[in-house]
Design a protein around this ligand. Structure first.
Ligand code: PGA
Length: 254
């Protein structure tokens, strides 16, 4: 059975104390209110990671992740944070290839392949983001875009490495816009992603891969999205900044 995951992406929000307060609230609610096997993941800015891991100790239902990691192991890269550093504070996950990083920081599939290798080599589980822009969807090349992102970013991995990857499909036009893909649109492309994985790694690996949907996902639309066979949870931006909203999304899996 593949894992059901709802991951919060705080992006560049919340100062240190605000982050700790929100995490504590979420952690308590998760403990009290979740009855299924779903996993909560909070992907915070680097500065929160260590404290959040400490706060989350003793609560198996909540994990902590970073939002980026550098492709190099270490060295003269002023201002950057390595996968080893992230792992050393006890974080478990790292978001790689978020569309904001692709767009604003020029991250290519080739660079993301390297980041993925370094993250895995240091024991982190990548939440690898893929998804098309509005232009690409309108010109009906979205299947090809997603296919290339998978092939160039991930399909160099061997089967054992690939088993540690969580995929997040996030249509860029749905991120922070209030526009959500319909559950049928999302299911269609999630099924395609799983088919691509099956072609590369076989049916069993494909069946076990967690594929999240992201892009204006909230407590209202999550039940419809998560009911689809190939949607295994969500990567949540805006709605992850409010404990009630975020935990309500998690509760869809109760
Ligand atoms: P959103 O962001 O939920 O605010 O649309 C999702 C994301 O960027 O991961």
């Amino acid at each position: 059975m593949r894992k059901k995951i709802v991951a919060g992406n705080w992006k560049m929000n919340l100062d240190y104390n605000e982050g700790l307060a929100l995490f504590s609230e979420i952690s308590n609610m998760v403990k009290d209110e979740l009855t299924g096997k779903q996993q909560a993941v909070i992907c915070s800015p680097f500065i929160h990671l260590h404290a959040l891991v400490q706060l989350g100790k003793g609560n198996d239902r909540i994990s902590v992740g970073a939002q980026n990691a550098h492709q190099m192991e270490a060295g003269a890269y002023t201002g950057e944070v390595s996968a080893k550093m992230i792992k050393s504070v006890g974080a478990e996950y790292v978001i790689l290839g978020h569309s904001e990083r692709r767009q604003y920081f020029g991250e290519s599939n080739e660079l993301l392949a390297k980041k993925t290798d370094t993250a895995l080599a240091n024991g982190l589980k990548p939440i690898f983001c893929i998804g098309e822009t509005l232009e690409e969807r309108n010109s009906e090349v979205h299947f090809n875009v997603v296919k290339d992102q998978l092939a160039d970013g991930l399909f160099h991995l061997d089967e054992e490495q690939f088993a540690k990857i969580v995929i997040a499909y996030e249509p860029v036009w749905a991120i922070g816009t209030g526009l959500t893909a319909t559950s049928d649109q999302a299911q269609e492309i999630h099924a395609f992603i799983r088919k691509e994985i099956a072609a590369r790694y076989g049916e069993e690996v494909a069946e076990d891969t967690t594929i999240l949907y992201g892009g204006s996902c909230n407590a209202k639309n999550a039940p419809d999205l998560f009911a689809k066979t190939d949607i295994d949870g969500g990567l949540i931006g805006g709605a992850s900044l409010k404990s009630r909203d975020f935990v309500d999304i998690l509760k869809v899996f109760n």
